[in-house]
Design a protein around this ligand. Structure first.
Ligand code: HEM
Length: 534
């Protein structure tokens, strides 16, 4: 039997531990209000890992444009208006540009992937090089290859319209491999593209909440022995495969340069200026790899969503096509200079981005220091969610926010309703905010503009028909989505794609013949990957 003083100490100790545990999950004083919490769990018990943007937006309408949530001990804030995004993220960039730690990424890439890097010296080195690589001027230099790739997309769609998914993916993959590594991918199958597509799906699954224990919330889980943690083994396999891709691509560029066969791609530029950017081989490998990883799926998802939007809104498709026909006609395909003369097509693109933002919660930021945001105090290391979905569906800013209506962008450049506060308004929230804003914006926007013009110029897009009933197969925009994915991916849908007239078919065939000359310097190497990818 312990003595009375020992018993007293034990009781005080137990009370203290219970008290501390009961505080886990509750809000620190000063945090903005939010949904009620439970001890230990915070808001985890009502949190969905699928379609998180919908839950965060539902709460935004209840608790306001800034509110807080707790994932166990982890504090997070959610920002859901243009004004607060500007004030709290854009203008406080030095304190809001960290990323929350992602242990799975630490295992896979040793935290060397730019989008998930912490806000430190490593990030600064990488970001500067990435910024210069895909700056507006640098991208303009690469318009001919981007255009040639877009011409191949039209030609592929003429040949086998039923494979539009893989044609689009080939396009977005080949644009990045061409401009970053100087290597054209002529087809989806039996080439780099399908293997990279599969690798990305495996990577996305490995990162998905629920497929590994919540290590980032409870860091002691890191020490689970490997024999009890198959997810750790999976991460090590992914690491091997990822390095094979990233460093294999880098080697190809260096081999080409040694042979004097350069083609002016982005990677050649940074290799030549390696010292200036302070990049060693490890950085170079992950720099190119980060652009591959961040640039391919995102652009493909936009194009898929754009097609889903015009198929479900035929009057929008018709109006955009009438404008294109008026400005361009049938004798030539659209080009970049046409973009400025197509206000309705530009409005359509803005509306697709508003209605189906590719990354509805961007990539979460984190606070590098304690933050004073208006009347609130947000502790260092809190996660900051940029609720792009909630902003783009905000009823104070957008008239009928749940209706797809490109015309709103003809009334004013932000598409907002009259009388709304314009502070912080822009029409590119889908590229994020502050210092972590997407650096690939120019490359992405060039792809979006060129392909939207091209596709509408060349083809009619209609709902596919059910072979049994003959009835159109409906597409439920943003409802039939892959809810497990972090990006807003429409579930695979079918559609009928038919060329609009024979003159256009001839233009596409002739343009594709000419594009082969542009591809030539980009076809000196074939990307090989080991059997691990099959
Ligand atoms: C439609 C196409 C795209 C969309 C919607 C998109 C969207 C985004 C978003 C939302 C972020 C996070 C921003 C933030 O944290 O505030 C991001 C980051 C990033 N994006 Fe994009 N992106 C697209 C295309 C591209 C392309 C083509 C590239 C390059 C080839 C690229 C490279 C990156 C990189 C490297 C980052 C990480 C930046 C950092 O953390 O500092 N993206 N993108």
């Amino acid at each position: 039997m312990p003595s009375p003083p020992v018993t007293a100490v034990l009781i005080i100790g137990i009370v203290w531990v219970v008290y501390r545990l009961s505080k886990v999950g509750s809000r620190e004083p000063g945090l903005p209000p939010g949904p009620p919490t439970l001890p230990l769990l915070g808001n985890l018990h009502v949190f969905e890992t699928r379609g998180i943007h919908l839950k965060l937006t539902e709460w935004a309408r209840m608790y306001g444009d800034i509110y807080s949530i707790k994932f166990g001990p982890q504090s997070s804030i959610v920002i859901s208006s243009p004004k607060l995004l500007r004030e709290y993220v854009d203008l406080k960039g030095a304190m809001t540009s960290d990323r929350p730690p992602v242990y799975v990424d630490e295992l896979i890439s040793n935290s060397m992937e730019l989008p998930l890097m912490r806000y430190d010296e490593k990030w600064r080195i990488m970001r500067k090089a990435a910024h210069d690589m895909v700056s507006r001027e640098a991208c303009n230099k690469h318009l001919p290859i981007q255009r040639a790739e877009a011409t191949q997309l039209l030609s592929d769609l003429l040949d086998s319209p039923e494979h539009f998914y893989t044609h689009i993916y080939r396009y977005t993959a080949s644009v990045v491999t061409s401009v970053v590594y100087g290597i054209h991918c002529p087809k989806y199958h039996d080439c780099f593209v399908d293997k990279f597509d599969r690798f990305t799906q495996r990577l996305e699954a490995a990162m998905r909440p629920g497929n590994s224990p919540p290590v980032d919330m409870f860091p002691w889980l890191k020490y689970t022995p490997e024999f009890l943690a198959p997810w750790k083994r999976k991460c090590m396999e992914m690491r091997k495969q990822q390095r094979e891709i990233f460093f294999g691509m880098l080697d190809l560029v260096q081999d080409r340069m040694k042979e004097g066969q350069g083609n002016d791609c982005f990677m050649e530029y940074v290799i030549e200026h390696q010292k200036h950017y302070n990049l060693d081989r490890e950085f170079l490998g992950y720099l190119g790899g980060s652009l591959l990883q961040a640039g391919i799926d995102t652009t493909a998802i936009f194009l898929q969503s754009m097609l889903a939007c015009i198929i479900t809104h035929p009057h929008v498709q018709k109006r955009a096509q009438e404008e294109i026909d008026r400005v361009i006609g049938s004798e030539r395909a659209p080009g970049f200079p046409d973009w400025d003369n197509l206000p309705y097509v530009r409005a359509l693109v803005s509306e697709v981005n508003r209605f189906c933002p590719v990354a509805p919660l961007a990539v979460p930021h984190a606070a590098t220091a304690d933050l004073k945001l208006g009347e609130y105090l947000v502790p260092k290391d809190s996660i900051i969610f940029l609720n792009t979905w909630g902003i783009y569906r905000h009823p104070d800013y957008y008239e009928n926010p749940d209706v797809f209506e490109p015309e709103r962008y003809l009334k004013n450049e932000f598409g907002i309703k009259s009388g709304a506060d314009t502070t912080g308004c822009r029409n590119d929230f889908h590229f994020g905010a502050g210092r972590r804003r997407c650096p690939g914006i120019n490359l992405a926007n060039n792809s979006i503009a060129l392909n939207t013009m091209n596709l509408l110029w060349a083809f009619n897009f209609n709902k596919a028909k059910d072979p049994l009933t003959g009835k159109p197969i409906e597409i439920n925009l943003n409802v039939d989505v892959n809810r497990e994915a972090v990006l807003l991916v429409q579930k695979p849908f079918k559609c009928e794609i038919t060329p609009r007239n024979t003159a256009k078919i001839e233009v596409i065939r002739a343009d594709f013949e000419r594009a082969k000359e542009v591809f030539e310097p980009f076809e000196k190497q074939i990307i090989t990957l080991s059997d691990a990818f099959v």
